[in-house]
Design a protein around this ligand. Structure first.
Ligand SMILES: NC(=O)C1=CN([C@@H]2O[C@H](COP(=O)(O)OP(=O)(O)OC[C@H]3O[C@@H](n4cnc5c(N)ncnc54)[C@H](O)[C@@H]3O)[C@@H](O)[C@H]2O)C=CC1
Ligand SMILES: O=C(O)C1=N[C@H](C(=O)O)C[C@H](O)C1
Length: 245
């Protein structure tokens, strides 16, 4: 659904940003402005989307707070302790390592897979991701989100690690090659069987369309949010299997 009244600004001029520009044009709602490194936003916006680099996110948050602009952060590889206190109720901030609704679903299923692994120590969970060779961060932000979701369901696993894992660790595999838009697999290896769930993006369209959807959703909300907050309304009913309330 498009909202011609919503003015969206965009930080970034790279691959994701180009897909967002294209998606906005296709929806008939061109962006209010777009800036890259060392450029200054050329006017007001209701919501800005950050699709830049990890090192620029804090400055973009400062700008959003100073101008009272809501901010959707799609950039990965950054961390900001105290983000919630800093934002308070001043603006809305939605951080998403992945704007695809299907990945929000996968995060929930990763927790269920973790719970299933927790029932039997012979069920060994793992995570794997593949991205294009130019991606700056590893593991991907999505892999970290999925790892956290899986760990939340499996108490004997307390952290993730790249490559070989101790018994308390979740092994995460990373591949950087070619032009892959983003593939993530959560899996479980048991003595007699294997379970795998894979999300594979066929283009950057799901990220771009999800970013615009996140901007629309965030408008008028104050505080810090994630894709799970946005997805709740759609996903919660899918996890209702009947029975007593
Ligand atoms: N949340 C999601 O669904 C997705 C997130 N991403 C993330 O988005 C980020 C960007 O990815 P790509 O577009 O592939 O990278 P890219 O390298 O193609 O683009 C990065 C852009 O940021 C610009 N930039 C650098 N400093 C800046 C500054 N201070 N202000 C504004 N722009 C600045 C660069 O000039 C470049 O245009 C990455 O962190 C990536 O992981 C990518 C795809 C989907
Ligand atoms: O850099 C990318 O391309 C992507 N980055 C995001 C991530 O780090 O998870 C999302 C998607 O996988 C594509």
């Amino acid at each position: 659904m498009s909202d011609p009244e919503l003015r969206i600004g965009l930080f970034g001029r790279g691959r994701l940003a180009a897909a967002i520009v294209e998606a906005a044009q296709s929806a008939g709602t061109p962006l209010a402005w777009q800036v890259g490194r060392d450029e200054v936003p050329g006017g007001p916006a209701d919501v800005a989307i950050d699709a830049s680099v990890a090192g620029a996110v804090e400055a973009h948050l400062d700008w959003a707070l100073a101008t009272g602009t809501d901010l959707v952060i799609g950039t990965t590889g950054w961390s900001m302790p105290g983000l919630g206190a800093r934002v308070g109720g001043r603006i809305g901030v939605l951080s998403a390592s992945n704007f695809s609704l299907a990945v929000a679903l996968m995060a929930r299923l990763a927790t269920v897979l973790g719970r299933f692994a927790a029932l039997d120590p012979a069920r060994d969970p793992y995570l794997f991701e593949h991205h294009h060779r130019l991606k700056a961060d590893a593991p991907s932000g999505t892999a970290k989100t999925l790892a956290a979701a899986l760990l939340a369901g499996c108490p004997r696993k307390t952290e993730w690690t790249l490559g070989p894992a101790e018994p308390h660790q979740l092994s995460v595999g990373v591949l950087r090659a070619g032009a892959e838009f983003g593939t993530h697999t959560v899996g479980l290896d048991a003595p007699a069987e294997v379970v795998e769930l894979t999300h594979r993006a066929r283009s950057r369209a799901p990220f771009a369309e999800g970013a615009l959807g996140a901007a629309r959703w965030l408008r008028g909300r104050k505080g810090c949010f994630t894709m799970d907050d946005l997805a709740r309304e759609v996903l919660d009913p899918l996890f209702n299997f009947g029975g007593t309330p």
